[in-house]
Each structure stands twice: as structure tokens, then as C-alpha cells.
Design a protein around this ligand. Sequence first.
Ligand code: ATP
Ligand code: MG
Length: 303
Amino acid sequence: MSVEVNGLHFSYGRIKALDGIDIKLPRGAIGLLGPNGAGKSTLLRILLGFLIPQQGTGRVLGYNIKNQQQSIRRYVGYMPEDDCLIPGIDAVSFTSYMGELSGMPRQEAMKRAHEVLYYVGLEESRYRRLETYSSGMRQRLKLAQAIVHDPKLIFLDEPTSGLDPQGRTEILELIMDISSKKNIQVLISSHILSDIEAACAYVVILNKGKLAAEGKVSDLKEIEYSLYELRVHDEAPDFFQKLKDIDCRVEEMEDRLVKVYMPPRVSPQRIFEIAAQDGVQIRHFVKSQTSLEDLFAKVVGVD
Ligand SMILES: Nc1ncnc2c1ncn2[C@@H]1O[C@H](COP(=O)(O)OP(=O)(O)OP(=O)(O)O)[C@@H](O)[C@H]1O
Ligand SMILES: [Mg+2]
């Protein structure tokens, strides 16, 4: 088990970023998918011990996220979403410095810095100052510093962000190579389904701080969600909330038209039962089928 968390809650002041997350991740390449603001980066920062959750527990490679952060930093690499580069120095100095911060002796860090810069294709530019780097080079350098200390697991937060299609493919290929040939487990966050599909066999989908779905990509894509379109007579916020409580996804369209995505284990009869309990009148009710891919698109806003 590479990562396990139970009952994680995290708020930035009054903003709730994670609202009760339970996950157990198997070995291998894992995708962490979710739209903007879903809580992906917050989850990664908690797993690294940078943020302490208000509630809940977690382990990364068996180390406790609350009091074994030092071991986590030794064995886990991190490619942050934001620019973490230091202007005024070159890639070799930066990468070896990051290696030292993870606990490597200076000479070894320097040797490894040259190796990983070569590996990500930056050997020609390794003595250039970082502020002259293009977006694609910056992403490669961020990837290099994440693996300089030979971690067992790496967290990559939106590694394809800011890249053109070719740059995106190249960085994903590097990540797949790291995952398969270097025997490093990877956890990649993205809001783009195709990135995750290309590189990962297992996916966790977050939405609004909650777990929306989890499983093998192949299995999840097989699941047929039932889509019901209905029209309600009056405003019915409590009714919608009750549907969400039984894991339906509710999308309010205009003119009191509502789309309800139901997971397979919930019977459509429940919609009527809940409506009856709440005294909500349903005027129009149509069923259609949708695949999880469609649901991804709705939840995640795939481009
Ligand atoms: N430092 C902060 N202070 C206050 N609120 C924050 C802070 N960082 C994140 N949030 C809020 O927490 C929620 C989750 O944010 P988070 O950055 O974890 O999402 P994300 O899934 O990584 O999104 P994105 O795809 O945009 O990177 C959002 O509502 C965000 O506005
Ligand atoms: Mg983020």
C-alpha cells in the first residue's frame, strides 16, 4: 500500500478543501483527477506533511503523515504545481541543492543532478540561469528535482500544465518511463482525463473536496451511470441535497430541469420516494444512459 488516508478533513480558515477523504492506493501509477478547486494539491501537500489535517490520519509508504515527515521527504519526490525554481542560479546548482535538502551528501547530489538533467533532456541547458527557461524546460526541471534523491514514490501536481500538445506528450512519456523502468511509483494530479488515461491504470477522482469515484481506469469506464432528466414544480434544494447524499450527481439546468446521474446500485424508485417524502412534485421524467466517460466530462470539465 503506497498511500492510505482515513477521514481526512482540511480547511483553509472557513474554506473547506477536503471533506472526509478515505483512500487506499495500490502500487503503480495512480491518477488523481478532479476539476479546479477539487482539493488535489491540498491532498498532496497533506501527504507530504506540509499541511496538517484538522481531522483524519494517513500513511505514505507506511510513514505517518503527522510525525514522520522527514522519512516521507527522504523517500518521496514532489513536483509542485507552482514554480519552485530559484532565479539567478543554473539547473545543476538548483537540482543538486534540492537533492541536499532531501538529505543527500553534497557530492552525491551533484553527481545525481547531472544524471537526472540528462535524463529529462536538459543536459545542453544545465548551466543556463533558470529565469531564461521556457515553460516546457521548467516542467522538465521540476520533474528532475523530484527524482534527484532516488525516491520510491513521486507526487506530480499537474505535470502537464502550461505545455503544448507535444510538450504534454513528452513529459507524460518521461513519467511513464519513470514509472515502468525506474520502479518509482507515481501519483499524478490532473484535471485532464486523457493525461491520466495515458499514464495511469488506477484513478481517484476528487470533486469539491470529496471522493467522487475510485478504481481501475478500465473498470470505471465500464460502469454505466443512469441519467434521469426531471422537472420539478417548485424550488427544491432539500430534495437535491438528499439525492446527493445517496451519491447521485445533480445538475440543475434552467427552467427547473434537473439532470440526475445515478450510480448503478441506486434504484430510480428512490428518486420518487425521496420526492414523496419531501412533497416535491416531479413533472417530467426521462431516462437515458451515460458512461463514466461522460460523467468525467461533467464532473471534471474535460477539454
Ligand atoms: N492557501 C489557501 N488559502 C485559502 N484557500 C485555499 C488555499 N489553497 C487552496 N484553497 C482553496 O481550497 C480548495 C481546494 O484547493 P486545491 O488547490 O487543493 O484544489 P486543486 O484541486 O489543486 O485545484 P487546481 O486544479 O485549480 O489546482 C479551493 O476552494 C481553493 O480555493
Ligand atoms: Mg492544484
